[in-house]
Design a protein. Structure first.
Length: 419
């Protein structure tokens, strides 16, 4: 009876992902138009730091929680110390990054640092909640969480802008958003079984890979800041990456729906279907990246002008590189679920690190201006990451059966061995 319920919840999860993405675009459109490129720069930097923190630290945690819950275990039991440690570390790093990065852009650094603590702490609970619900097949409830998150942020932004709250007010609107997770009681109905003893290794390796991945995907506004870009160039870079990374953002919201069936396939020893799936996803990702690049070159600047204003418009080449690169990043994230299901997060980390090294080398050697330099480095880094992750997913050597000692729970390990 559980499977049909999960299937019925999938459309609502998709709706939540789309609503969340659209509400984020509207938040930036309203804020950018209301404050202007220079005044909006602190919000762009804060959003970038929060996005990187969530994607680098919390997405691996969410996926570990999803994987363990799918296997019938409860991460909130034996994994509580790991979860608390990760959330506190993420809060500290985000606050430090905000303090170091915002000083050239605003005189309200102290307030924004406090906002980062509240924002990042809230998203720790939000992503753990998503993982618990996804692992139990409550996909519809995840969709409602995403809708509530986007609706609260957009409503709060509207109030701030109509009352003249400025960048500080928008910062508080962002900080309040993730705490809606507690309305959905994700901790109820859990088992008391201890999760996998390999959880810390899984998360550590995944965090390393995610760090490299999201320096590529999300750090562009920070990189151009250190390349002596003007505040207006920082805002342009932020807007084009936010608007055009929709494929990646959508994948973050939906990958929890993809992972549980892959975990079950791996537990049943279905190695060849996983390899073939990786091959198809690689071909699909490459084809979509080409089409996305063409769309970005022909229509990307016009899309930015329509949604924002003329001061945020990038060049056609920058738009093409960013949109094509984010499509590849989404493909890597999707194909990487095969490696995550098999707990091969170390290999995923290797692919992303090599992609990041490629991008860093391009940025170091490029003779172009800050915005184009970052776009070129980003695109080439994603090419390398997609090729490597695709080859890992298709490799027969990388598809061993589930290890007999993958869990401290003998019953679960027996199931994974097909027993």
């Amino acid at each position: 009876m559980a499977a049909p319920a999960a299937d019925k919840g999938t459309p609502m999860m998709l709706v939540g992902a789309v609503v969340g993405g659209i509400s984020a675009y509207l938040f930036h459109a309203l804020g950018g138009r209301g404050l202007g490129a220079d005044a909006y720069a602190p919000i762009g930097v804060m959003w970038t730091i929060a996005f990187i923190t969530v994607a680098v630290v919390y997405v691996p945690i969410e996926q570990w929680v999803t994987r363990e819950t799918t296997r019938g275990l409860n991460p909130l039991a034996g994994g509580r110390r790991l979860l608390v440690t990760v959330v506190l570390l993420a809060m500290a790093l985000a606050a430090l990054a905000a303090g170091l990065t915002l000083s050239p852009l605003t005189g309200e650094v102290g307030v924004h640092v406090i906002q980062m603590l509240v924002l990042v702490g809230g998203y720790g609970f939000f992503r753990v909640g998503m993982g618990m619900l996804e692992g139990r097949g409550r996909f519809g409830r995840v969709g409602w969480m995403l809708c509530a998150e986007g609706g609260l942020r957009l409503s709060a932004a509207g109030i701030v802008l109509t009352t003249g709250g400025g960048a500080v007010g928008l910062g508080w609107a962002m900080a309040a958003t993730p705490w809606v997770a507690f309305l959905f009681a994700f901790w109820r109905g859990t088992r008391s079984d201890t999760p996998s003893v390999a959880g810390a290794v899984f998360v550590q390796q995944y965090v390393v890979g995610s760090l490299a991945a999201h320096i590529l995907v999300a750090a562009a506004p920070l990189v151009v800041t250190y390349l002596d870009a003007t505040p207006a160039q920082v805002s342009v870079t932020f807007i084009v990456f936010v608007l055009f990374r929709a494929p990646v953002t959508l994948m973050y919201s939906l990958q929890g729906r993809v992972l549980p069936p892959l975990v079950r396939m791996f537990a049943r020893g279905e190695e060849e279907p996983l390899r073939k799936l990786g091959s198809r996803l690689l071909a699909l990702s490459a084809g979509l990246a080409v089409l996305a690049g063409l769309f970005g070159f022909l229509l990307g600047p016009q899309v930015v002008r329509l949604l924002m204003s003329a001061v945020f418009v990038p060049s056609a080449l920058v738009a093409a590189l960013v949109l094509s690169g984010t499509m590849m990043a989404a493909g890597v994230q999707l194909i990487g679920q095969i490696l995550v299901a098999r707990s091969r997060t170390g290999r995923l980390a290797t692919a992303w690190m090599l992609g990041l090294l490629t991008a860093a080398l391009v940025v170091w050697l490029s003779p172009h201006g800050p915005v184009l330099t970052v776009a070129i480095g980003f695109w080439l880094g994603e090419v390398v990451a997609l090729a490597l992750v695709g080859s890992m997913a298709m490799s027969r050597r990388s598809l061993p059966g589930p290890p007999a000692a993958s869990s401290g729970d003998g019953r679960i390990a027996g199931v994974e061995r097909g027993g």
